[in-house]
Design a protein around this ligand. Structure first.
Ligand SMILES: Nc1ncnc2c1ncn2[C@@H]1O[C@H](COP(=O)(O)OP(=O)(O)O)[C@@H](O)[C@H]1O
Ligand SMILES: [Mg+2]
Length: 333
């Protein structure tokens, strides 16, 4: 038996001239809680769709629990649970009814459905709301029910596509706890996608940072952050033009490879940042550049992403939230 839950070899998905997933090679071990972290449009959902046999790869291979997604899609589906990015519950039915339909689709007997519904509802603490119509649920409750539904048929691998998209921080925390428990107590291998770096950081054993369909970095959250090799000094100046000029100045002064700018902010990754700040400020004042603020922090995954792609993950958040709000409104009509 392989120790891998998911393995892809040169997995590729093209939509006409756009390559959404580009020759991806990935190995996820059994029992892992693995995260795909990347901005909107990175190719996360497309990857999940290929692994869960929703769409066919254009090229390459993928195995889930040792089963080839192209050759044995129905067997793959028996072994996986999927919680899609968009809303997929029937809100005119109760929570229990939604779960029961899913159990029937997977051929569970009446007795097994009854027992499993009780178990999964308990897992996500929705017992009290089981017989209430889903349209009266909050966003967080709907998400919990979707996770419960994904677990109905005891999957070996659970795919969670943006499990906390658009939820408030408290609800998000709550859902993180369920995800951790599932992974630990139900022994489910989990692959989740997210563009929230805190989510990937808090939850995942390992993270693949993905952008433009490619893996930019892959490691444990700690190793990814340590890989930057120092502290991050963030400077804010008056505008983007000044930021880029100052950035070039720092590169000229020997910080090549460790300096990035984003809008009017400059990020310098440097060993022993606190001691370097005076030197950094001297260079700016020597060029008559006014520094509005200075901040020193340990690298975050956002800094890691920035250093690999020159872009920030964060700026994508607002548009995604809007998208999810729309999904809920449509569902609640
Ligand atoms: N069915 C489709 N047809 C054409 N383009 C698509 C389709 N699905 C996704 N894309 C494009 O593929 C890229 C990756 O999308 P997606 O996998 O949804 O990214 P993510 O989930 O990381 O936000 C985007 O540029 C998106 O517009
Ligand atoms: Mg997506």
């Amino acid at each position: 038996m392989s120790t891998l839950a998911i393995e892809t070899v040169n997995l590729t998905c093209r939509f006409e001239d756009l390559t959404a997933v580009d020759s991806l090679n990935l190995q996820v071990k059994k029992g892992e809680l693995f995260g795909l972290l990347g901005p909107n449009g990175a190719g996360k959902t497309t990857l999940i769709n290929m692994l869960s046999t929703m769409i066919l790869p254009s090229e390459g291979h993928a195995k889930v629990w040792d089963l080839d997604v192209k050759k044995t899609p129905s067997q793959v589906r028996q072994n996986i649970g999927v919680v899609f990015q968009g809303f997929t519950l029937d809100d005119r039915l109760s929570g229990r009814e939604n779960l029961d339909i899913h159990g029937r689709l997977y051929g569970l007997s009446k007795h097994m459905r009854k027992q499993r519904i009780r178990e999964v509802l308990e897992l996500v603490e929705l017992q009290d709301k089981a017989d209430v119509l889903v349209k009266t649920y909050s966003g967080g409750m709907m998400r919990r029910l979707e996770i419960a539904r994904g677990l109905m048929h005891h999957p070996k691998v659970l795919f969670l596509d943006e499990p906390t998209l658009g939820l408030d921080p408290q609800t998000r925390n709550h859902i993180w706890n369920y995800i951790r428990c599932l992974n630990r107590d139900e022994n489910v291998t989990i692959m989740l996608t997210t563009h929230y770096m805190e989510e990937a950081d808090h939850l995942c054993n390992r993270i693949a940072i993905i952008d433009s369909g490619r893996i930019q970095a892959l490691d444990t959250p700690e190793n990814l952050k340590n890989s930057l090799g120092g502290d991050v000094v963030k400077l804010v100046v008056d505008n983007e033009e000044i930021a880029s000029a100052l950035c070039r100045l720092y590169i000229k002064n020997g910080c090549a490879g460790n300096v990035h700018w984003k809008k009017s902010s400059i990020f310098i990754t440097i060993k022993d940042g606190a001691h370097q700040i005076p030197h950094i400020l001297t260079i700016a004042s020597g060029a008559n550049i006014n520094i509005l603020s200075v901040d020193l922090h340990r690298p975050t995954l956002d800094d890691v992403f920035l250093s690999h792609t020159g872009r920030a993950i964060r700026e994508e958040e607002t548009s995604e939230m809007g998208k999810f709000g729309f999904v809920f409104r449509t569902a609640r009509r």
